[in-house]
Design a protein around this ligand. Structure first.
Ligand code: IMP
Ligand code: MG
Length: 196
């Protein structure tokens, strides 16, 4: 286990201990990277004869993307897409806002969408629908985490790092109010810290 959480940072003159904000750690860094080895091997085998275009959804997939792509020894192109769906709240608003003026060039390409987590599915659904209109050759979805819960929308992922219970998690790219993204592990945020 890294000593990241034990390190007391001083922000605004106030000592904080990020690990104290967590109920528990779900996946430590070693466990995440071991799983990324497997995911990368699977993706590399599936795309060995096709040129892959990765479209990473910012900001949540940033750290996942960096660690996963360095494990895929294929020629590939990388684009990023910036969307907002949460607006700081815990539940998806259902509305997805595209921050880009021009969407990535996906026409005729094999697209692998990367996102941090499949929750309600609203974000990935909206992005997939948008990209489909630009005639890609194929679209697959890869998420680090997938919450086990009933979904009203049909949202599927072709590659999944870990299935988790329906709890709010942070770290390794995932945020709560833009904090905790830089934790090297994934943990469950303490319920008292969130509005009920
Ligand atoms: P969805 O549209 O409900 O599937 O949510 C997608 C986005 O919501 C993700 O890309 C995350 O940014 C955010 N999100 C959903 N669940 C969590 C969580 O447990 N922790 C942090 N962010 C989350
Ligand atoms: Mg977020």
């Amino acid at each position: 286990m890294s000593d990241f959480g034990q390190t007391r940072n001083s922000i605004g003159g106030k000592a904080i201990n990020v690990e104290a904000d967590l109920d528990r750690i779900l996946f430590d860094e070693k466990t995440i990277l071991r799983r990324l080895d497997e995911l990368a091997a699977q993706i590399s085998a599936d795309y060995h004869d096709r040129e892959l275009t990765v479209v990473a959804i910012l900001n949540g997939s940033l750290i996942f993307m960096a660690d996963l792509l360095r494990r895929i020894p294929l020629p590939l192109k990388l684009d990023c897409l910036s969307v907002a769906s949460y607006h700081g709240a815990l539940q998806s608003s259902g509305e997805v806002i595209f921050r880009q003026v021009a969407p990535p060039d996906v026409a005729g390409r094999h697209i692998l969408l990367l996102d941090d987590i499949l929750d309600s599915g609203a974000t990935l659904n909206a992005i997939q629908e948008r990209l489909e209109t630009a005639s890609p050759r194929s679209i697959r979805v890869c998420v680090l985490l997938r919450k086990i819960k009933p979904r009203t929308r049909v949202a599927t992922a072709d590659y999944v790092g870990f299935d988790i219970a329906d709890e709010f998690v942070v770290g390794y790219g995932l945020d709560y109010m833009e904090r905790y993204r830089n934790l090297p592990y994934i943990g469950v945020l303490r319920k008292e810290l969130m509005p009920s």
